[in-house]
Design a protein around this ligand. Structure first.
Ligand code: 6PG
Length: 227
């Protein structure tokens, strides 16, 4: 687990965009394709806007999501809506795999299970102030799934019904990058980095401490005194 600290969210987004370009180039050179799962929430928006301006061979990039809320397509609460507005509507990826949650919980999860590759090159994640990541929330059964790649999950209002990639599937990705900014994330980040290990309290620990290749990109406000 590596931690990179930045003075501002803008500096963080610029550095992660640079690394994203490099990771995509490496994967495309090696295998002809780059597969990435996008994070939801608001933090990644600045990164996605940076990626529009970078030189990436999007015709070789397949785009997935780490999680989605059960709302209609185009709903402002949808992670797909944010990513399309900030990035995907401005580039032309080889393939885009939205989670399409409106079909119904299990059906969406089962379908997505078959669309995913054996392992993703990169999974982008955020961190909730409660210590969740993707839609792996404290105390939820989704956090303890050990065989499936995608499961239904339960989060907070205003969009409690979710589907999410599972811990074992995220953890076998080529790389996992957390993007964490803001003072409100400082307590959760401190628990991720230094807290007693209890995934039901701080789900993000299950990825940050056990995935094969993890980097946390954090700004000084989130880092507080924990690094
Ligand atoms: C979601 C996200 C979630 C997000 C964190 C951080 O669907 O809500 O996948 O895991 O990454 O809640 O959200 P912010 O970036 O908005 O703080």
């Amino acid at each position: 687990m590596r931690v990179q600290i930045f003075d501002s969210p803008a500096q963080l987004a610029g550095d992660v965009a640079r690394r994203f370009v490099a990771a995509a180039r490496r994967a495309i050179a090696a295998r002809g394709e780059f597969t990435v799962a996008l994070a939801g929430g608001s933090t990644p928006r600045a990164l996605y806007q940076q990626l529009v301006k970078r030189h990436i061979d999007w015709s070789r990039v397949s785009v997935y999501w780490g999680d989605e809320r059960f709302v209609a397509r185009g709903d402002v609460l949808s992670n797909e809506t944010m990513a399309r507005a900030a990035l995907l509507d401005h580039v032309a990826p080889r393939q885009v795999f939205p989670m399409l949650c409106a079909q119904g919980a299990e059906e969406s999860a089962a379908r997505y299970e078959h669309e995913l590759p054996e392992r993703l090159d990169l999974v982008l994640l955020g961190l909730g102030s409660d210590g969740h990541t993707a839609s792996l929330f404290p105390g939820d059964a989704a956090l303890h799934e050990r065989t499936r790649r995608v499961v239904t999950a339960h989060g907070p209002e205003p969009a409690p019904r979710r589907i999410t990639l599972t811990v074992p599937y995220i953890n076998r990705a080529g790389a996992v990058w957390f993007l964490v900014t803001g003072a409100d994330k400082a307590p959760a980040l401190d628990r991720v980095l230094h807290g007693v290990e209890n995934f039901d309290v701080t789900p993000a620990q299950a990825v940050a401490r056990h995935a094969r290749n993890v980097t946390l990109f954090v700004d000084r406000a989130a880092a507080g005194g924990s690094t």
